[in-house]
Write a protein that binds this ligand. Structure first.
Ligand SMILES: [Fe+2]
Length: 206
């Protein structure tokens, strides 16, 4: 029980400049090394505070603590999914959804272009900071597009996320200023459909 049970910032599986021209090296460094790291550190600080409260047999403000914890854990998990559902353009990034994910997207949305439009509209209409996400319901065999406000609301419990798009300003401001639309449009050039399909296959298996 002595091993610290804490979160660890995952390394990117590509270079910081690999997502050019969609995302600059500076933006990716800032986003991963500062913003994502802040959620990992934030979650760990709360876990350590909770550990200390246990040792001291002390109470703490459960409402505020658990809200803040879910914010940081949500930020950490969503960013971890985000990095892996992107790949360098032309080297796994972009193109069209393939295999199973291609099939469910076509069935539910009629075509990839229509899905792209709906997902982009979802990302564009997030109020303030948040995410657009693609999930899948095994009971109805349908993919769902959803919005995540900040990092932690509007999530369907038990629905696993297949793909996310970060539309916090820190995700694009350095490269796109306030033009979220341009960023969302460019995102399609780096979607890693192989990874998204793998997530769907894993979900269907279990
Ligand atoms: Fe972010």
């Amino acid at each position: 029980m002595d091993t610290p049970k804490l979160y660890v910032l995952p390394k990117l599986s590509y270079d910081y400049h690999a997502l050019l021209p969609v995302l600059s090296e500076d933006l990716l460094r800032l986003h991963h090394d500062k913003h994502h790291a802040a959620y990992v550190n934030g979650a760990n600080a709360i876990l350590q505070k909770m550990d200390k409260a246990r040792t001291d047999n002390a109470d703490f403000d459960t409402k505020a603590t658990f809200k803040e914890l879910s914010f940081h854990i949500g930020g950490h998990l969503l960013h971890s999914l985000f990095w892996e559902n992107m790949a360098p353009p032309g080297r796994g990034g972009g193109d069209k959804p393939l295999q199973n994910i291609g099939k469910v997207v076509d069935e539910e949305y009629g075509s990839f272009d229509r899905f792209k439009k709906l997902f982009s509209q979802t990302a564009l209409s997030v109020e303030g900071s948040g995410w657009a996400a693609l999930t899948f319901c095994k009971k109805t065999n349908r993919p769902f597009i959803m919005q995540v406000e900040k990092h932690n609301t509007n999530i369907y419990p038990m629905f696993r996320i297949l793909m996310v798009l970060d539309v916090w300003e820190h995700a694009y401001y350095l490269d796109y200023k306030n033009d979220r639309g341009k960023f969302v449009e460019a995102f399609w050039n780096i979607v890693n459909w192989k990874e998204v399909n793998k997530r769907l296959d894993d979900l269907l298996k279990n």
